[in-house]
Design a binder for this molecule. Structure first.
Ligand SMILES: [Zn+2]
Length: 627
């Protein structure tokens, strides 16, 4: 590992100014995060082969200094948030509701019923899920799980399910699995179509492979980071479809509020009337959330998001006494909760409306991001700060949602791609050495945004220019040290790491057998189509019928012009080959790991090999900070 550097004077100065600007005297979050502690977390969590997949003690360095004495290399606001998210353990929210926090990126919550327990969200991996369930049982007794609820379709809320329950318990009817309508399609689709690119970028965003410490990873704002165990999935048995829908399990009364296309495409909130408790899922947490997560996703709808928070206040704001979520710590007391939900609502509504106002005056995303300032009441609250989302990148996301990548300026309509542009810029600026020399002055003046812009051109024009690589790594490092946003810090420090030490690939992946096993035939065929090497397939033409005996379904797959398409309609001409299998075995057939008894091929079997030869899977180690 190449050495990191201390914070530059301008970063030190910026942090000192923040100590005066931000409301550090408001320490109520530290009371709330400690409230109800029953037991601390245990030691490291390991997988079946003994590999550590989670170790909370790697964040022990946060326990000492408070924000006022935080290291120069961490933004004091992020240091404060990181101390809060690292405060893990088993907690009593109110008698009958418990949470394990700090054992993965997300929380898992337990609602005690007549005999057993309802689990809300399962953490990301089976290993951390099992550790949380074990911690709960040791302190609350060995209650049976009666139901698991997935609040939404992101893997950090369902991936640990096999750490809690088995498929057999679900099949036997002993455990129900509840999820919002659309859950399975979205949970799986997000990990299939753009999964490789998202996972590689998530490695930057969460910094799971970065060393922890004052010059390294300190958290991700929403939580610490991702655990690196096994992502699992048991499909829901009950889909929740309607706001106001009431379900009682083991004596636990639950009223659901649907919130689709908010933080996730399929999401719900849960009102527990007997506890006067509201689970806000991930729609109201102790940070400004993402309208467009930096790993990449479809842009979320801030207008709808704000509307659902208004509805939550209207439906439950009169009675609520405690609000807890799928990340962070609860809030207690009716007045504080209504204020919390109202400010969260105003935050998303303000970003949406003001971006559109300025967009309609002709400002572009980067221009709006620079001028948009939050109202003072929002700035004064800690939970509106951009530890995970940021005003800067959320504003650009709103612009993208409505107007897309093109800002209307024809100069930006047909630019050279990065390497070609970089070569020309560097040439016009007098060559690589001259750019680096001048950039060093800008670095000394603290204009790191500009140094990143120009020296990135040098690295893309001349990737082996050692001085440029060093300066760019040092620049990303200072930008990381200055960031209030945990995911920005992780992106900058990951970029510095790869420039200095080479690429670290994809440390976490949700490309698990459970998820692949749940793919519908359409999704599987889409996944194959996405992997076809188009130019290599220009002259290839073939037709394959896939017959699923247990589904009474017949698909015609057709490859022509470099495109694989499919249809279930009756076909006029025969296929080259017919593959007969079952829906259950289809994922294994597609991956080439089915045994012979699961599949029959008639006709010209060589077309299958020809199709397989055209597959061009993604690269989990693609270059980001170099060409
Ligand atoms: Zn989450």
């Amino acid at each position: 590992m190449s050495p990191s550097h201390p914070a530059s004077p301008s970063v030190v100065h910026q942090h000192a100014a923040l100590l005066d600007q931000l409301p550090f005297a408001d320490t109520r979050d530290f009371d709330d995060v400690a409230r109800g502690l029953i037991a601390p977390l245990d030691g490291p969590v390991v997988d079946g082969s003994g590999t550590v997949v989670w170790d909370s003690s790697t964040y022990d360095f946060l326990a000492g200094p408070d924000a006022r004495t935080a290291p120069d290399t961490v933004n004091p606001s992020l240091w404060r948030q990181s101390r809060l998210v690292a405060a893990g353990g088993l907690f009593e929210v109110v008698p009958g509701i418990y949470q394990v926090r700090g054992l993965d990126l997300a929380n898992t919550s337990f609602i005690e019923g007549d005999e057993g327990v309802v689990v809300i969200d399962t953490l990301l991996t089976a290993e951390t899920g099992a550790a949380a369930w074990d911690l709960y049982r040791r302190h609350r007794g060995d209650r049976p799980i009666k139901a698991v609820i997935y609040t939404h379709s992101h893997a950090d809320h369902f991936g640990g399910v096999r750490g809690f329950v088995d498929q057999a318990d679900v099949d036997a009817g002993a455990v129900r699995i509840l999820a919002p309508e659309g859950f399975a399609e979205h949970a799986i689709a997000e990990n299939v179509y753009a999964g490789t690119a998202m996972a590689r970028r998530a490695g930057y965003m969460y910094g799971a492979a970065r060393a922890r410490g004052p010059r390294g990873q300190v958290g991700a704002g929403l939580g610490q980071t991702l655990s690196t165990g096994t992502v699992t999935l048991i499909p829901p048995t009950d889909l929740i479809t309607t706001t106001g829908q009431e379900v009682t399990i083991d004596g636990v009364r639950m009223v659901f509020q649907m919130a689709p296309n908010t933080e996730a495409p399929a999401e719900l909130l849960i009102w527990l009337p007997d506890f006067k408790a509201l689970c806000t899922a991930e729609d109201a947490t102790h940070n400004l959330h993402n309208l467009l997560t930096l790993r990449g996703a479809v842009v979320r709808d801030p207008h709808g998001w704000a509307g659902y928070l208004t509805e939550a206040i209207d439906l439950f704001g009169g009675d609520v006494e405690v609000a807890f979520a799928s990340h962070h710590w609860p809030t207690w007391g009716n007045e504080r909760i209504v204020e919390f939900l109202s400010l969260q609502r105003d935050l998303y509504a303000y970003l949406h409306d003001q971006t559109l106002r300025l967009m309609n005056k002709g400002l572009t995303g980067p221009e709006i991001a620079e001028v948009l300032v939050l109202p003072p009441a929002l700035e004064r609250a800690w939970h509106t700060h951009g530890y995970y989302g940021s005003v800067s990148h959320n504003v650009k996301a709103v612009y993208q949602r409505y107007l897309g990548w093109f800002d209307g300026n024809p100069a930006h309509l047909w630019e050279h791609p990065p390497v070609e542009k970089a070569k020309r810029y560097v040439d016009f600026m007098g060559g690589a050495d001259a750019v680096v020399t001048r950039a060093r002055s800008a670095f000394a003046a603290g204009d790191f945004r500009w140094v990143a812009e120009v020296v990135n051109h040098v690295v893309f024009a001349e990737p082996d220019h050692a001085a440029a690589r060093d300066l760019l790594a040092d620049t990303y490092e200072q930008l990381g040290y200055g960031s209030e946003n945990g995911t920005w810090r992780n992106f900058f420090l990951s970029g510095a790491t790869e420039l200095r030490d080479g690429r670290f690939g994809t440390p976490t992946t949700s490309d698990s057998p459970d998820l692949i096993g749940q793919l519908s035939p359409d999704m599987l065929f889409d996944a194959i189509a996405i992997q076809i090497d188009g130019p290599a397939a220009f002259d290839e033409k073939l037709a394959i019928d896939v017959v699923l005996t247990d589904d009474a379904a017949r698909y015609r797959l057709r490859l022509a012009n470099g495109v694989l398409t499919y249809s279930t309609a009756p076909q006029r001409v025969d296929a080259d080959a017919t593959v007969t299998t079952t829906r259950a075995a289809l994922p294994a057939v597609v991956r080439g790991v089915a045994d012979g008894s699961q599949v029959q091929v008639t006709g010209d079997a060589s077309v299958l090999a020809r199709l397989a030869a055209l597959l061009d899977p993604g690269d989990q180690d693609f270059a980001i900070v170099t060409p």
